[in-house]
Every structure is written in structure tokens, then in C-alpha cells.
Write a protein that binds this ligand. Structure first.
Ligand code: HAM
Length: 420
């Protein structure tokens, strides 16, 4: 029986990869202009890191982790997200003793045992940033403006920024109690998930997508009205900076996020155009997480964006660029006697950084031209007996359809001039 890719995973084939390279390049460059440096953490971590970091009542930890025992009976988990790993690395490398804030970015695969559908996979890719060591609301605004800058550089203009404050552990606890006492009398009207989670995690009922849950909690108190003076001041400051720099947002009382570590600012970016899985990015502050994971008291803030969803959005907004092709130059070998000359030309081109290839399958001249076209080669070099005699190569420009003879010595310079 044929073995297929596991459910929720997929191959990125070579004719699609250029889109990923473009996306990754634009994102990296933008993040670096904001002062972020790349960190790469392991794909798997001790399971306990996510239980403590992300929270064991969250859907991610309770239902969606790929957890396994290794041969020494250690419980390990494929990372479902990367904030907890960054926090671990921050503590493990004693980064807190250096210059703060520290600004990191990452890009790579994450794993969640989610129900696959368009825009939702079991292995997916995130780009994210984490900034440790400042609780200045200006940093919250800067992190949000980085997401928007990335979207702008990707040519994505139609999005919504949802913003909320989930307060600090003190004011959130008061709100939590209030919410539980309001939910308890209407408990029976909730979906089965919410019936089991509302005592432990009542805030999750707020962003439950089931209509009957939303009806049952309509008019219930909002976190906003329970923010303590410190949290309220922080949130007002974030809002006013965003307004000052011209960033439009929607204050969203229902936005609570699916991970337990958030404090104060929480935000999500939606692109409704891409369908049900419209959240392309999400993040917020986590001022207690470093301490929770065994480090010093240290504020932090970050976000992550789903690369698959960004690509979906780019495709649906028809902003995707055309495939630049795999080759710059294709060498058409018209006589097998010229093998050695061909090998010299090819290695010279490749050393000069020109993407070059040749025919290995004894195709006819016509078939070689067709193949060159398919590979997206801008130029075809013709090397026949005539050329060898004269010490030249014929260059055919596939765009202008013009041909010219160039001496062996002048070949690389001539090709570079055309390609540039
Ligand atoms: P998250 O909201 O769980 O946050 O994920 C961030 C983004 O990853 C989502 O907005 C979505 O675009 C993408 N994503 C999540 N799950 C899937 C999936 N199954 N398939 C495809 N894309 C998906 C976090 O992960 C936090 N660590 C973000 C953060 C960083 N907060 C602070 N710092």
C-alpha cells in the first residue's frame, strides 16, 4: 500500500517554494529593521515546559500536543508554539543579566493535533517575535506596528486589528469570579466544552464560537470594567499611541486568546477574506511568564503569525508575484562531442553565481528549447560544432527572441549584463 503524508501535513513542492522564499525574505528584512535578531530553538522540548508555560487547561496542552516518550522514558513534545521555548532559552542563557530589552524573532514549523481544514494544519509554520525586559506601552504599540508593517510589505491591506486587555493576575481574578457567578445559572445553555471549562477557565467561554454560548453570555460584565488602575492606565496608553501613529483598531471585549500566559495587552489580526481560519496573527504581553518558568520577574511581549494563512491571503488578494523560474541560463548541447566545453562553461557560470543547467537526456534541439522554457530560463546558450570552431557561444534571449554570438572570454560578463 502507498504511504501518504500524515493528515494535516503537506509537501511544499519546488514549483511553490519561491513563494515561501519571498514571504520569508520580506518578513525577515522587516523584523530586522525593527531591531530583532533571529533565535532558533529545538523542535521538541520537555513536555513540562508547555504544561507550565502555555497552561494545562488550554486546548493546546490538553488536546493538541504531539507528546511522546523517548527511549529513556522522558516525556517530550513537538513544539505547539515557540514563546515558551524562547522563555526557556532566555532563562537558560541568563540573558536577563545583559542589556534589555532583548528582541528575538523566529520562523519554523509548529505542531498541533488540530482538526485539519483550509488554513489549519497539524504541522504549520509561524513567524514570531518576543521582546523581553520592558513594560513600556510604547513597546506594545511597536510590536503591533511590526505586524502591520509586515502585512503592508506583503501587499496585504484588508485586515482587522482586534485589541483588548486581559489585565493582571489580581484584577483578572476578580473578573473571573464575577464571570463564574454569572455563568453558573446559565450553565446548561452552554456547549459541552464550555460546561466543563467554565469553572477553571471562564474567559474561554467569551470567545467560544458556538452561537448558543454567545447568546447565553450576552450582556455579561466585561474585563475592561474590572481593570485595576495600573492595567487601565497601560491599556489607555497603548490605545492612545496607536491612535497617534494612525493605526486603526477594534476594541474587542471577547478577545481573550487561547493561551494562559497573557497579561494586559492581547491582540489578533484577522483577514476575513481567507475564510473560517481568518486569524493571521495573534499575540500580547506576558509579564508573569518568565517568572512562572523559573526565571526572574521579567516583562515580555510578542506575537506569532501563521505563514500558511499569509500565503492564502496573498493568493486571494492576487498579489502573489510570478514564479521567477528555477534557471537563469540553459545550455543547449547540440553535439555530444562538446561535452568537455559544456562542462567548463557550466562550472564558470555557476561559480559566477548564475543559475545554470544543461540537458542530460539526449533531447533534440527543439526539445531542449522547450525544456529551457519550462524551467523559466531567460537565456539559452547554443553550443554546436560551428560555435566550437569559432571559439564563441550563441546566446538566445528567450524574452526578446534575439540571438547573438559572444566570445568565450566575454560570455559571463555578457550574460550578467542581460540578466541585470
Ligand atoms: P496562536 O494564536 O496560538 O499564538 O498562533 C499564532 C498564529 O499561528 C495564529 O494566528 C495562526 O495564524 C497560526 N496558527 C495557529 N494554529 C495553526 C494551525 N493549526 N494551522 C495553521 N496556522 C495556525 C501563539 O502561538 C503565541 N505563541 C503567539 C505569541 C507570541 N504570543 C506572544 N508571543
Amino acid at each position: 500500500m502507498q504511504v501518504k503524508a500524515p493528515r494535516g501535513t503537506y509537501d511544499i513542492m519546488p514549483d511553490e517554494i519561491y513563494k515561501w522564499h519571498q514571504l520569508e525574505q520580506i518578513i525577515r528584512t522587516t523584523a530586522e529593521t525593527f531591531g530583532y535578531a533571529e533565535i532558533r530553538t529545538p523542535i521538541f522540548e520537555h513536555t513540562e515546559l508547555f504544561e507550565r508555560g502555555v497552561g494545562d487547561t488550554t486546548d493546546i496542552v490538553s488536546k493538541e500536543m504531539y507528546t511522546f516518550l523517548d527511549r529513556s522514558n522522558r516525556s517530550l513534545t513537538l513544539r505547539p508554539e515557540n514563546t515558551a521555548s524562547c522563555v526557556r532559552a532566555f532563562i537558560e542563557h541568563s540573558v536577563a543579566g545583559g542589556v534589555l530589552p532583548v528582541k528575538w524573532y523566529y520562523m519554523g514549523p509548529m505542531f498541533r493535533y488540530d482538526r485539519p481544514q483550509a488554513g489549519r494544519y497539524r504541522q504549520f509554520h509561524q513567524f514570531g517575535v518576543e521582546a523581553f525586559g520592558s513594560d513600556n506601552p510604547a513597546l506594545d504599540a511597536e510590536v503591533i506596528s511590526l505586524v502591520l508593517e509586515i502585512l503592508a510589505n506583503l501587499g496585504l491591506q484588508e485586515y482587522e486589528l482586534h485589541l483588548n486587555s486581559v489585565g493582571c493576575p489580581e484584577c483578572r481574578e476578580l473578573y473571573r469570579q464575577q464571570l463564574i457567578s454569572h455563568i453558573r445559572p446559565v450553565k446548561d445553555k452552554l456547549c459541552t466544552d464550555c460546561q466543563t471549562r467554565f469553572e477553571k477557565n471562564p474567559l474561554r467561554v467569551l470567545d467560544c464560537k458556538v452561537a448558543s454560548c454567545q447568546e447565553a453570555i450576552a450582556g455579561f460584565p466585561n474585563m475592561y470594567d474590572y481593570l485595576c488602575p495600573g492595567c487601565s492606565k497601560h491599556y489607555s496608553r497603548v490605545q492612545s499611541i496607536l491612535t497617534d501613529v494612525g493605526i486603526a483598531y477594534i476594541h474587542d471585549n471577547q478577545l481573550v486568546r487561547g493561551l494562559d500566559y497573557y497579561t494586559n495587552t492581547a491582540f489578533e489580526i484577522m483577514i476575513p477574506l481567507i475564510g473560517a481560519q481568518s486569524a493571521v496573527a495573534g499575540g500580547g504581553r506576558y509579564n508573569g511568564l518568565v517568572k512562572e518558568c523559573g526565571g526572574p520577574q521579567m516583562p515580555g511581549i510578542g506575537f506569532a503569525m501563521g505563514l500558511e494563512r499569509l500565503l492564502l491571503a496573498m493568493n486571494s488578494q492576487e498579489n502573489s508575484r510570478t514564479n521567477p523560474g528555477q534557471l537563469d541560463v540553459f545550455l543547449a548541447l547540440l553535439d555530444e562531442k562538446n561535452e568537455t566545453r559544456a562542462a567548463h562553461i557550466l562550472s564558470g557560470l555557476r561559480r559566477a553565481g548564475i543559475r545554470a543547467d544543461r540537458d542530460y537526456n539526449h533531447r533534440s534541439a527543439k526539445a531542449q528549447m522547450k525544456y529551457a522554457d519550462k524551467m523559466g530560463a531567460r537565456l539559452v546558450l547554443l553550443l554546436g560544432e560551428d560555435e566550437i570552431q569559432k571559439g564563441v557561444v550563441t546566446i538566445r534571449d528567450m524574452q526578446t527572441r534575439q540571438q547573438s554570438e559572444v566570445s568565450n572570454e566575454a560570455l559571463i560578463a555578457a550574460i550578467k549584463a542581460i540578466l541585470e
